[in-house]
Design a protein. Structure first.
Length: 235
């Protein structure tokens, strides 16, 4: 059996997934608060957080304070566009694009990506798709664009054993996909998760930014029945 990629190994840990879920759901937290929420010893939580930080899923920064003494370290789920020099997430996007460009040069007869996804084409959309394809491959998913061009089909989830007892894992991965598209800085956004036949088939709805602003401004994940619910904001 071929060795699993680094991201797969990182996200295959229930403890690390739980820590990431806590950060995505509750926002910035200290290691002690995280450890308590996840039911881990603080030292164990630090070890898992270091792994998540090294793979670009979590960020860490000292607490801003005026008083003397050692500041607390604050952990957050990586999100939005990181422009910091040496950002792990930014480097991942660049590396993904380089690999995709190299593959296209080596195999010029292949179509140039799925640039028509959600009706978007051009270099920015292609960069997002290169980054997303790389992320899903590293995470171990078998992904394809639906015939409609507005959805991504994720089949044979590599985390199916985790999902059986912990459906919140689906929400964590969905938010990671959202983060990849945002970090790659283009017109595409993930706006919905449909667990049609989880863990065998899940569908991600994708739309350009204007559609996202108009029809998917608010969303929440109901993990009790494993369905992603979207709602419109009034007005």
């Amino acid at each position: 059996m071929a060795a699993q990629p680094p991201s797969y190994k990182t996200l295959a840990s229930l403890s690390r997934m739980n820590l990431l879920y806590q950060l995505q759901s509750r926002g910035t937290m200290t290691v002690n608060d995280l450890a308590e929420a996840a039911g881990l010893h603080p030292n164990t939580a630090r070890e898992h957080l270091d792994r998540l930080i090294n793979d670009g899923f979590v960020t860490c920064a000292p607490e801003a304070r005026d008083s003397k003494g050692r500041p607390k370290m604050l952990y957050s789920a990586a999100g939005g566009v990181s422009t910091e020099l040496g950002s792990i997430r930014a480097r991942k996007i660049e590396a993904a694009q380089e690999r995709a460009d190299q593959l296209r040069r080596m195999l010029p007869v292949l179509p140039v990506g799925q640039s028509a996804l959600a009706g978007c084409s051009g270099p920015a959309a292609q960069r997002q798709l290169d980054a997303l394809d790389d992320h899903l491959d590293q995470a171990g998913f078998d992904a394809s664009v639906a015939a409609s061009g507005e959805q991504l089909n994720l089949r044979d989830c590599p985390y199916s054993e985790l999902v059986k007892d912990h459906p919140e894992v689906c929400g964590v991965h969905y938010r990671l996909i959202q983060g990849v598209l945002e970090q790659a800085d283009g017109p595409l956004r993930a706006i919905g998760l449909n667990l049609i036949d989880a863990p065998h088939l899940c569908v991600i709805d994708v739309a350009p930014l204007p559609a996202e602003r108009e029809s998917a401004k608010s969303a929440r994940l109901d993990t009790s029945n494993g369905h992603f619910l979207r709602s419109r904001e009034p007005g």
